[in-house]
Design a protein around this ligand. Sequence first.
Ligand code: GLC
Length: 429
Amino acid sequence: MCKYGKGDTTWFTHDRFGMFIHWGLYSMLARGEWIRHHEQISNEEYQKYFDLFNPDMFNPREWAKAAREAGMKYFVITSKHHEGFCLWDTKYTDYKATNTPAKRDLIREVVDAFRAEGLRIGFYYSLLDWHHPQFTLDRIHPMRDRTTPEEFNKGRSMKRYAKYMRDQVTELLTNYGKIDIMWFDFSYPGPNGKGRDDWESEKLVKLVRKLQPDIIIDNRLDLPGSGDIVTPEQYTPDKGMVDENGNPVVWEGCQTFSGSWGYHRDQTSWKSPKMCIELLINHVSRGGNLLMNVGPTSRGYLDQRAMDRLQAFANWMKYNSRSIYGCGQAPAEFVAPADCRYTYNPETKRLYLHFFTWPFKHVHLADMADKVQYAQLLCDGSEIKIRTRSSAIHTGLNSVSPENALTLDLPILLPQSAGEVPVIELVLK
Ligand code: GLC
């Protein structure tokens, strides 16, 4: 790890929840950000989107406000995705937002807006670039079946492209103040692929660490030991993630609302608000962060489906965020009952019991008889009565606590602020 330096992840494992933003020309085609690959679209055929890109309803203050209200503490935006289009005013290409009808540095405005809402800043930067004149053909390039390497690669040099990346990364990490995360995406070594030698990953990492010493770098540069975080994508690991020696690693799962990262108009596979909240809890209960993606429309706003889900996070986080911030995986001695998840705050020594289904009308916590001094519903701070086998009064009427278990007697109906997933806060002895 230390060979390439190390970023500061202390704030990151405390804050737990961030917003991913995928925005580019692909939002106009509205079929996801891999559209050039899927439909094998050439630079020439793709040019019309650049000429017409006009986010006339772009107001990053609205995005930032929605993110903050949802409880997100940082964000990561695609400064450039695989299509090669740059959202900022870079000196190193004309293929940038300033030269479209948008006519401005969109990254600058996004950074200013999110900073003003108190969120930390992350840049996603695609290692792939399907538009760049030096980038060579490979197995996932949009032109892979439309030309040959001999023809396509004539005059191209990945060395020059790697230099271009370093120049751009230097701009991003010099001109926008303190940047907290650098999110490179992605490597695909092997036959006809690209990896660390193509990206010159080592030079990139050294450059990033030099320009922003505390920055967090992800693990997609194909350079073992260089990443501060592990980044599972579109799935939730079923337990905490560990390195080859079995030690826990810092990880962040990135997830979409509907499957695609870039705006997808016709996708109907949107996760329900409850599923979204469960995602967040699952990640934190396994010691990870959640980076939840939005794909703004080409006009620059977040569509209602995204806003509804951000609002669901906001409603839940308003009353329940204490079970997320500063929390992580509970020590192994605490085994959650069926349909429940624990998170744990090691500083306050409080354990948070999340119910994916609400039981009637008690729950037994195995082996917890002596461990809890007080229990309350997190959302309204109302006491939850606890009993053990020996403390029960009407043993014949109430369901009896199993040996060594702690039983929580629960209300049938919950306050509205409990939201999609009720949480009980256990103050440990
Ligand atoms: C992938 C995809 C990409 C997306 C990213 C997010 O590797 O290439 O479209 O930006 O994952 O994690």
